[in-house]
Design a protein around this ligand. Structure first.
Ligand SMILES: C[S@@+](CC[C@H](N)C(=O)[O-])C[C@H]1O[C@@H](n2cnc3c(N)ncnc32)[C@H](O)[C@@H]1O
Length: 232
């Protein structure tokens, strides 16, 4: 964990300066996430990085707590203009933060980075209200071709890439389900098939929200709902 924090502290300025590669896909993903939030929602975000997503999505919720274990990332985040209902907190993904239980927990580009994914997912679920949602985008490196995997291993050897779990999409899906979530959506925004967007519900409540139109099974494996075709 200490090495990972050091990596992200060292990498923060470069991460902040990196342009979004596919802005249409990014915007479509954030629009989908925003559409799942309610104005009364209390949201926790883990691995918020430099706060870009928190700043975009906080206006759709009542309160947004954005956390990251990298002080350097949070320093950049806190320097940006932000909505009043957003607070940044230094915390790792494994530890509960004040303000819960939450209606929604967001984890964009971070679940592949945690040390123990099953444990982290259980802890995330424990911080969610019954019926609450986990919204995540996760890199599935083990599904990539050999060339790309070799490239990431080489970058890691030169400390230009962090340690990451070698997940497949199938393993991610299984691990999320084994943590007790019901997966409602798995979808790829844009052309890169290795970073699925997942929406999963913590069951147990009276069904505060209902599944989006279309059967869940039909949407897993990439069947988009209407309006998503423009980024495919
Ligand atoms: C790839 S960046 C993603 C940042 C942001 N979510 C985004 O999509 O732009 C990963 C972020 O997760 C943070 N991170 C990685 N592992 C973490 C952990 N175990 N607990 C908290 N934050 C973590 C890093 O510090 C970094 O800011």
């Amino acid at each position: 964990m200490v090495a990972a924090v050091k990596f992200w502290d060292r990498f923060a300025d470069r991460y902040a300066a990196r342009p979004i590669k596919d802005t249409r896909a990014y915007d479509a993903m954030l629009a989908d996430a925003a559409g799942r939030l309610k104005p009364t929602d209390r949201v926790l975000e883990i691995g918020c990085g430099t706060g870009s997503i928190a700043i975009r999505l906080a206006p759709y919720a009542a309160a947004w707590t954005a956390t990251d274990f990298s002080a350097a990332m949070l320093r950049i985040a806190r320097a940006k203009p932000a909505p009043d209902n957003l607070r940044f907190v230094l915390a790792d993904a494994e530890h509960a933060v004040d303000g819960g239980p939450f209606d929604t927990i967001c984890a964009f580009q971070v679940l592949h980075l945690v040390d123990d994914l099953p444990d982290t997912l259980s802890r995330i679920r424990a911080q969610l209200k019954p019926g609450g949602l986990l919204i995540a985008k996760t890199w599935c490196f083990a599904d990539m071709g050999l060339g790309l995997r070799a490239l990431f291993l080489a970058l890691r050897a030169f400390r230009l890439f962090p340690r990451a779990n070698a997940l497949t999409k199938a393993a991610l899906r299984r691990t999320v389900a084994e943590a007790g979530f019901v997966i409602e959506v798995e979808h790829v925004f844009g052309n890169n098939p290795h970073g699925p967007y997942t929406v999963a519900r913590n069951p147990g409540g009276a069904g505060r929200r209902t599944a989006a139109a279309g059967s869940v099974e039909s949407r897993i494996n990439g069947a988009p709902r209407s309006g998503e075709n423009n980024v495919e």
